[in-house]
Design a protein around this ligand. Structure first.
Ligand SMILES: C[S@@+](CC[C@H](N)C(=O)[O-])C[C@H]1O[C@@H](n2cnc3c(N)ncnc32)[C@H](O)[C@@H]1O
Length: 249
């Protein structure tokens, strides 16, 4: 389990929607002649957890998809200047296809030029709005995000639901979400009801979700791993859509 870190909160109920705006992030990420010290620091900033801290949670998911017949793709939503996927250690011979997207053009331009020469790794960086993913249903085994939903929810719960619904539509197996909303707080429980539940409440009656919430004692960011499962027995259809397990780290 990753060590607990104090969360760096984005606001959700203050009426300040700054963190949901592309112009805010693009200005913050701008590079080149105008780069000041704060922007250089931004490239090295870890929201909530570093890739190294998340690696023990992601490794079992990666191991379980690596031998499957579907393409071994991991998609990261709202990757920012330091995508998790570029901070993990992967087997150099692995066939993983690593896609990181963000709606901020300067962010993606910076990543594309930084990783241009590292051909051994299968990185792709894309400018895209997470509210409308171009990928097909059930096409990507692992879809992850860290702090993106927290930024988006500042413009309203419905936008966060839209993005998490897109992530859950596209994944064929796992979702990993890192959020400052912690299940052990009232605000975190509201988040589960208002954002997670409606996003996983897919139309397909043959699907249910195993949800594992990794919470820090007394607060801190929460790492949620959701596994999309197919009901094997038709007579069980219509049962619970989510099975929630809580693990302390
Ligand atoms: C709090 S930062 C987290 C960045 C990165 N995931 C990390 O952990 O360092 C939120 C990120 O979400 C991106 N973002 C916000 N709304 C988005 C949207 N609708 N589509 C794509 N990216 C978005 C922002 O550009 C920003 O990079």
């Amino acid at each position: 389990m990753p060590p607990r870190k104090k969360s760096k909160k984005n606001t959700s109920k203050t009426g300040d929607d700054t963190y949901s705006q592309e112009s805010y992030w693009s200005k913050r990420y701008a590079v080149g002649d105008s780069a000041g010290e704060d922007k250089v620091e931004e490239r090295d900033h870890d929201w909530y957890f570093s890739g190294e801290e998340l690696q023990p949670l992601l490794d079992p998911l990666i191991d379980s998809i690596i031998d499957s017949e579907s393409p071994n793709t991991i998609l990261e939503i709202g990757c920012g200047m330091k995508p998790i996927l570029t901070c993990l250690n992967f087997d150099p011979d692995s066939t993983l296809n690593l896609i990181s997207l963000d709606y901020s053009p300067p962010c993606i331009t910076h990543l594309q030029s930084s990783f241009k020469s590292k051909k051994s790794k299968k990185y792709t960086f894309e400018v895209a709005d997470a509210k409308n993913l171009k990928y097909e249903d059930n096409s990507i085994p692992i879809v992850i995000e860290k702090g993106t939903l927290d930024a988006i929810i500042t413009s309203g719960v419905s936008n966060a639901v839209k993005v998490l619904s897109e992530m859950s539509r596209v994944t064929s197996r796992y979702l990993l979400v890192v959020t400052h909303f912690n299940l052990e707080t009232e605000e975190g429980q509201e988040w589960m009801e208002d954002v997670l539940e409606p996003s996983l409440n897919v139309e397909d009656d043959g699907v249910f979700w195993k949800v594992n919430c990794n919470v820090g004692e007394g607060g801190g960011a929460m790492v949620i791993i959701c596994e999309k499962c197919v009901r094997r027995e038709t007579r069980n259809k219509g049962g619970a859509r989510m099975q929630i397990k809580v693990t302390e780290y």
